[in-house]
Each structure stands twice: as C-alpha cells, then as structure tokens.
Ligand binder design. Structure first.
Ligand SMILES: Nc1nc2c(ncn2[C@@H]2O[C@@H]3COP(=O)(O)O[C@H]4[C@@H](O)[C@H](n5cnc6c(=O)[nH]c(N)nc65)O[C@@H]4COP(=O)(O)O[C@H]3[C@H]2O)c(=O)[nH]1
Length: 833
C-alpha cells in the first residue's frame, strides 16, 4: 500500500538527474526521495526531455515534475506548492574563447538553450527589443547544449546558474555578466490535482529549511553548493540589482547609441543615395585624381564619356582616354592646380580618340586638402559646352556676318570702325572707309535673275578679299554695296592718301577681269566713295555717311568713278535731307501744282501741252523741279509723286475730251528713270488710265536719254506694253547723252524733242545748229514727230523752221502756267509763225 508517485526526471544536474539506480537524483531528486521515504510514496522515475516532461505533466502522465520555475503562465497550466524548493537564476555562459560581456555582445552569436525554456522566451524578447541578430540554437537537452558549445557549434548557452557552474570546467565555459530571471523553483503537479503531495512537500520544506543538519541542508551541501541554496544570498540580490540597473543603463545608453548610429547610418545612406542620384543625373563630368593624376573617382558621366566602367577608369591617367596632345594639356592644367593650390576655371578643348572634332569643356579644378591643409587630390567638374559654343558661333555668325558672301556685315564693320576711331593714336591710327557700289547691278539682277546676281556678289566678295590686308575689314553692306575699312594708316595726310589710292587701284583692278556668270564673261564696274578718318572728328555712323555721300557724288558723274568726301558734299546732303523732309510733307499736304506749257504746230494749231510740276511750300516761293526732282528720284518719292502727276494730267485729258474744242489736245508727261524702272510702272499707268477714263492716245510719256542707258530691253518691253493701249512716247533731250542711233531705231517712239541746249545757241554755234539739223532729219527719216523746246525768239523759230521742224514749245509762245491760265490761253488766237 505504497502510493505510486510518477516523477519526471530530466538531465539538469545538479538540480535533477537520473540516478544510477533508476531513481531521481540531484538536489530535487534526493529531496523528493527523502520526502517519499517519510510519506510512504513509491517513486517512479519517468525519464523525459524537458519539453516532453512538461507535456507529460500537463496530460497527467506524470504526478510531479521537479525544478519548475513558477510563472503566471504555468500557474494556469499546473499546480505548485507554496514554499520554493530551490532558488536559482538564469545566466549566459560562454565558451572561453568567445567574448560576451553584455547583452549587446550577443549580436551575431550562436546561443544554445533549452527549447521552450523560460530562458529562451526571455532572451529572445530581449534580443528583439534591442534589434539584435542572435542565432538561437534550441536543444532538447542541456547536455546537448553543452556539447554544442564544446564542439564549437555554439558560442554559448543560456541555462540556470547551477547547471552552468556545475559543468563550467569540463566544458570550458565561463560565466558572463548576463544574469537574469532569478527564479524560485518548485515541484509542479498537473492542474488542480495532487494537492496532497504538494502540501506534504511544503510541510517537509518548512520543517527542514531552518534546521542546519536537516536532510534538505545535507542534500544541498552534498551537491557542493557552498552556501545554502534554498534562499538567494542577499548580496546576490544586491549585486544582481546593481547589475540590472547598470545593465539597464548600459542598455538604454546602447539603445540610444544604436538608434543614433542607425539614424546616422540612414542619413549617410540617404545622402549617399542623394549624391549618387545627383552625380548620375548631373550633366557635368565629375572626377577625382590623386597627386600622380590617377583617377580615384569617376562619375557615371565620365564613364559614359570614356565608354567604360568606373573600375576600368580608376587608377588610370588621362593618357588612356584622350589623344596625346589633349592628355598633355590636361596634365599641365591639373599640375598647375595642384601646385598653386588654387581653383582653376578654364575652357578646355580636348579630343577623344576616334572622334573627329575636339570637344570644348568648361572645366573647374579644385585642389582637395586633408585636415592639415595638405593637398592630396584634385576634384574636377567639367561641362561639355561644345554645342553651346557652336550655337554661339552660329549666332555670332548670323549677327555679324553676311549670309551670302560670308563677309562681315554692316553691324560688325560699324563695331570695328567705332573701335578703331576710339583707339586712334598719334603716328598711325588714321584710316579710311571705302564704299564700293556696283554699277548696273540692278540690270543684271533683272535680266539674269537673282541667283546670278548672288553669284556675282559672291565672286566679287572673294576677289576683293584677296586685294586687302588681313587687318582690313571688307564688309557687305547690303544689296550691291560693300564697305572696306582700312585701319592703322599713316597720320601724315599725304602718305595716308597715297596708301588709300594704292588700295583703290587694287580694288579697281579687281573689276578689270570679267566674271564668269552662266558660263559667260560678264564685265562690271563699281563706284567708290572714300571717307578718311583724318577728315572727321565724328562718329562711325557719320564717317559711313560721308562715304555714302562720296559715292553718291561719284554715281552722279557716271560709273566707274572714285570720289573722296569733302564738306561741300555734306552741305549738299543736309540740303537734300531738308528737301526730302519737305517733299514728304508736300505729298501729304498736296503742295504740288501742275503747270502747262503749250506746244504748237506750224500750221497754227495748238497741239497740247507739256506738264511741268511745281512745288508751292506754304509761305515760300515756288520751288523749281530742277531743285527737287533729283532728290525725289534718289529717295524714291518720285514714284508716288509721278502717280499724282499722271493722275492729274489724265483727269485734265478727261475734262478736255468732252469739249470738241479741246478734245484733240495732248499732254506730255515727264517720266523719270526711277519711275520707268519701277517694276509696277506699266500696271500703275494702266490703272490710272482706267481709273480716270482718260484717252490713252492723248497721253505722251516723255523719257530722257539717260533713262535708256540701264536695261534698254526692259524699257522697250514696257514701252511696247503701254503702246498697245495707245500711249505715245517722246524722247526728251536727245543728243545730250550717249544714246546711239542704233538705240534710237530700236525704240518705239512717236516724237523726238530737240533739246533747248541746241536751240539756245544754234544761231551762234554751228555745232549746235548741226546737231539740231541732224535730230530733225533723223526724226523725219524715222517718221517721228520732231518738236523743238526752249524756243525763246523768232530767230530760233525761223532757223528751226528752215531745218524742217514743225512743232514748237518755248517762252517765245508761252511760259508754263497753271491750268486756269492755260485754259484762258487756249481761248486766245494761235500766234502767227
Ligand atoms: N530757258 C528756257 N526754258 C524753257 C523754255 N521753255 C520751257 N522751258 C523749261 O524747260 C524745261 C523743260 O522741261 P524738261 O526738259 O523736261 O526738264 C524738266 C524735267 O526734266 C523735270 N520735270 C519738270 N516737271 C516734271 C515732271 O512732272 N515729272 C518729271 N519726272 N520731271 C519733271 O524738271 C526739268 C525742269 O523743269 P522746268 O523747270 O519746268 O523747266 C522746263 C521748262 O520750264 C524756254 O523757252 N527757255
């Protein structure tokens, strides 16, 4: 009648182990045996691993399990007695070759512990809180844990202090300061059962605990624990307390430091990422080189430029990547930076092997210094500005150069001229501008087309460029005008003139050889207007204007002329400018008047009149056309003015057409060369005719000989178009110019006019008489009407009549007069001849 008590035994010496007799041994084992003896229990030792022991207890397969720490969780699963059988704490033991001093040293360590033990739960939580990466090695028995440490598979183990100390020597273990979970150890029974066993255990423990020679004390001493272990020594609690506080403080500090480190690391990582994002997106090349010019760093852009990886670049010098000249230059500039210790900003032009064109880099080189200020490397930042440079060049070219000829344009020449004028100095520093204007260029353009015109301009630009010094500037000013700036000429006027003349000779000579246009020789000439710096204290614009005035003067005389500017020209120019201003106003304000000068036939018939324009500025005397027509022609104002004259004359013809008395009258209208050459001339005349409804056959257009010189074919074409509508043509001042008989014959004329210059002196100068006779004969033989103008006296009239001239105009009959006077004049009897 023994009570059989099944006791779970697992290997955890010295607390519990299986005795050689198959009964529990160790502190708990012997204790229960002493109690069993007194309570008449028959112990049945059930060997199990710790986990299995717990499960067996829970399921009731065991009645008692020794060495169980009492926790809240366990109290819900099993039942305990009241007085602790043993006090113990957990501790981490390390292999003697491994360094573990604090919890933080567990990072990266392999720690063996009993699977499902309180140590495992506690340490894993601590590791998690401190974000420690610990490799836990759960084992089924503490023996296995010891073996793992011994065999080097684990760095340490966590167990109770008794077990660890017990095996320390044999397994080369050292205790660490990681002490935790002081525990009170009990016998546990399945939940809510065996209260009687537990109560008896409490009974004996209470009895024996205070007796120095009680079985309990003997057992403890027997297992070589120097101090009784039924209570934790006070000093241990204090020590453990201090240790825990210190540990906590250390942990807090460590945790804080770890957070700091983590934060710093994160920040570093972030800024590293930022930097690499910046560097990979930066359009600049960033590099670092050591003092021997070896690459220490190359940004992704540099790798792209060299077409290789960073590892291929590091350690190399520029010789590996640039052509030899470029590499040498880079070396020189790098050296300069390293030696001077100063930041260097330069535009570098470097060539990469295999590339045709060099690249331009805006390069910044900065010496890098260590803490002592010693230069140890060079950091470079280079931006490829090749494209920008090209654009800049293109824009510069567009702004300052003529697209067609590639010569500098007006703006650049003015710029250089201004510069030159500012920088004039004593010995040399004088200069000249020579304006070059092609003769008859418009004719070429009209006849052979603009493309051919462009070819000629290009060829001339090329030829002239060969005649000048490098320091001179030849510019195209627009159209067919070129301007040559000569600088650094002599301050001595006569030497200066000599120098300019030499240049002029060369320029004129450049036009002597024909140009080849459309496979044909083409000879052209130019007029030259020269303005000297020495003549002028004025601005660049004024100097240019002087050259223009000079050329204007040259053109007036004819082609192929050279004129130097003088002050008389200036005055004329100012006068002309005033006139131009006045004429513009006159056009707007209707200040022009038409005068009519009668023309008669020798059969006493009034033929009509020549219309002559007058300008009546307000409160000023009438201005003669001789004064303002040339200005109107050069300014182009003659075109709108000509429209007004033609329209007024046509309206007059319409008025006369209704009256049989006047219906036969014709009106001769002067047409200037500028009008005639205007591309809209024919259309304009025809539209005025249709707009006014004037009878075209009563209108005679008077052309001058000079008008015919330029582009005769074109003129003839226009005349023929107008003649188709009945308009008649007369040639004024024939014989004064250069027109040949050939030309005269080819013109579709109706009337020849004997110029008043011949009429004036024909009775005094036999040469004038001869010319008058020739013109009259010519007219007759070509079946043209001939009219003599400027007839002032009877003597002239008689002579002209004798030569066969039948029509007359001149002061002898009537001066030009306003329309009212003319109408009155028409009523008068026709004078006798
Ligand atoms: N000494 C002298 N002179 C006489 C005599 N009979 C007429 N005259 C003048 O001789 C000029 C004849 O005109 P022109 O040769 O076509 O020369 C004209 C013509 O070339 C131009 N002109 C005049 N009116 C016009 C016009 O409406 N259109 C154009 N394009 N030119 C005009 O101005 C020039 C001068 O015109 P005006 O001063 O009106 O001068 C006129 C006229 O007044 C005379 O017996 N003795």
């Amino acid at each position: 009648d023994h009570t059989i008590v099944r006791v779970g035994v697992y290997e955890n010496p010295p607390k519990i182990l299986m005795g050689p007799d198959g009964l529990p041994s160790g502190i708990f084992g012997e204790l229960i045996r002493e109690i069993a003896l007194r309570e008449n229990w028959q112990l049945q030792a059930v060997s199990c691993q710790w986990d299995a022991c717990l499960s067996a207890l829970r399921s009731g397969e065991l009645d008692l399990l020794p060495d169980v720490a009492r926790t809240e969780a366990r109290e819900r699963e099993m039942t305990f007695h009241q007085r602790p059988a043993l006090h113990s704490w957990s501790q981490v033991f390390r292999h003697q070759d491994v360094s573990i001093d604090s919890v933080l040293d567990l990072e990266g360590k392999r720690i063996a512990l009993l699977a499902g033990s309180v140590q495992q739960a506690y340490l894993q939580q601590v590791a998690q809180e401190f974000s420690l990466q610990v490799e836990w090695l759960p084992v089924s028995s503490l023996q296995a844990a010891l073996e793992q440490v011994r065999d080097g598979q684990a760095d340490g183990l966590a167990t109770n202090n008794l077990f660890g100390s017990h095996h320390a020597d044999r397994y080369q273990l050292e205790s660490t300061s990681i002490l935790f979970q002081p525990a009170r150890l009990f016998f546990a029974a399945p939940l809510n059962s065996h209260h009687d066993y537990l109560q008896r255990i409490d009974h004996w423990l209470t009895r024996w605990s205070d007796q120095p020679d009680s079985p309990y004390q003997r057992i403890l001493q027997g297992w070589q624990t120097e101090k009784p272990l039924n209570t934790v020594p006070k000093s241990l609690w204090i020590f453990a307390g201090i240790l825990i506080v210190l540990l906590l403080l250390a942990l807090i500090l460590m945790k804080y430091q770890r957070r700091e480190i983590r934060f710093t690391r994160r920040e570093l990582k972030r800024s590293d990422e930022k930097l690499s994002t910046i560097l990979s997106n930066l359009q600049a090349y960033v590099y670092i080189k050591d003092l021997q010019h070896h690459y220490l760093y190359a940004s992704p852009k540099v790798c792209e430029l060299f077409n290789c990886s960073e590892s291929d670049i590091l350690g190399q010098t520029d010789e590996a990547f640039f052509d030899p000249d470029s590499a040498a230059e880079i070396f020189r500039l790098d050296d300069q930076t390293l030696l001077s210790g100063e930041t260097l900003v330069r535009e570098e032009v470097n060539k990469l092997p295999g590339e045709e064109e060099p690249r331009t880099f805006l390069s910044v080189k900065v010496p890098m210094r260590d803490d002592q200020g010693k230069i140890y490397a060079l950091c470079g930042l280079a931006t490829d500005i090749t494209e920008q440079q090209r654009h800049k060049k293109e824009v510069h070219q567009l702004i300052f150069y003529d697209v067609l000829t590639g010569l500098p344009n007006r703006r650049l020449l003015l710029d250089r001229l201004q510069h030159s004028l500012v920088n004039r100095h004593q010995e040399i520093g004088n200069g000249a501008v020579i304006m070059i204007d092609l003769d008859n260029f418009r004719t070429l353009n009209d006849t052979l087309g603009h493309q051919t015109g462009d070819q000629l301009l290009t060829a001339i630009a090329r030829r002239l460029s060969h005649q000048i010094r490098v320091s001179d500037t030849l510019a195209r000013f627009g159209g067919d005008e070129f301007m040559l700036l000569l600088e650094d000429l002599s301050a001595d006027t006569s030497v200066l003139l000599n120098q300019v003349e030499q240049v002029l000779d060369k320029l004129i000579a450049a036009f002597e050889q024909p140009f080849i246009l459309q496979n044909q020789d083409y000879v052209t000439t130019a007029s030259f207007g020269v303005a000297l710096f020495s003549d002028s204290q004025h601005s660049a614009e004024e100097l240019i204007k002087q050259a223009e005035l000079a050329i204007y003067d040259a053109k007036k005389v004819g082609r192929n002329q050279v004129r130097f500017f003088d002050t008389r020209m200036q005055q004329q120019a100012e006068h002309r400018a005033e006139l131009e201003f006045g004429l513009r106003r006159a056009l707007k304000e209707n200040e022009f008047i038409l005068y009519y000068q009668p023309q008669y036939h020798s059969n006493q018939q009034l033929l009509g009149a020549e219309v002559l324009i007058r300008w009546q500025p307000p409160d000023q005397p009438l201005v003669s056309p001789a004064d303002f027509i040339p200005v109107a022609e050069t300014t182009g104002l003659i075109v709108p003015m000509g429209h007004w004259i033609l329209r007024t004359a046509c309206k007059q013809l319409v008025r006369w057409a209704d009256d049989p008395e006047t219906a036969h009258l014709t009106l001769a209208v002067n047409i200037s060369a500028v009008q005639m050459h205007h591309h809209q001339f024919v259309d304009d005349v025809l539209s005025i005719l249709s707009e006014t409804g004037a009878p075209a056959h009563r209108l005679e257009l008077e052309l001058t000989e000079s008008l015919l010189i330029d582009n005769i074919e074109h003129t003839i074409d226009k005349m023929l178009q107008l003649k188709q509508h009945g308009i008649r043509f007369s040639l004024d001042d024939f014989g004064t110019g250069f027109s040949s008989l050939n030309m005269l014959i080819s013109l579709p004329l109706d009337t020849l006019k004997v110029d008043q210059a011949f009429v004036r002196d024909m009775h005094r100068d036999p040469r004038d008489l001869a010319v008058a006779r020739t013109i009259i004969d010519l007219g007759r033989s070509l079946s043209l009407n001939v009219i003599a103008e400027g007839v002032e006296n009877e003597q002239q009239l008689k002579s002209l009549r004798m030569l066969g001239c039948q029509c007359f105009q001149g002061y002898f009959y009537a001066r030009p007069m306003p329309i009212d006077a003319f109408i009155e004049h028409c009523q008068l009897p026709v004078p006798l001849f």
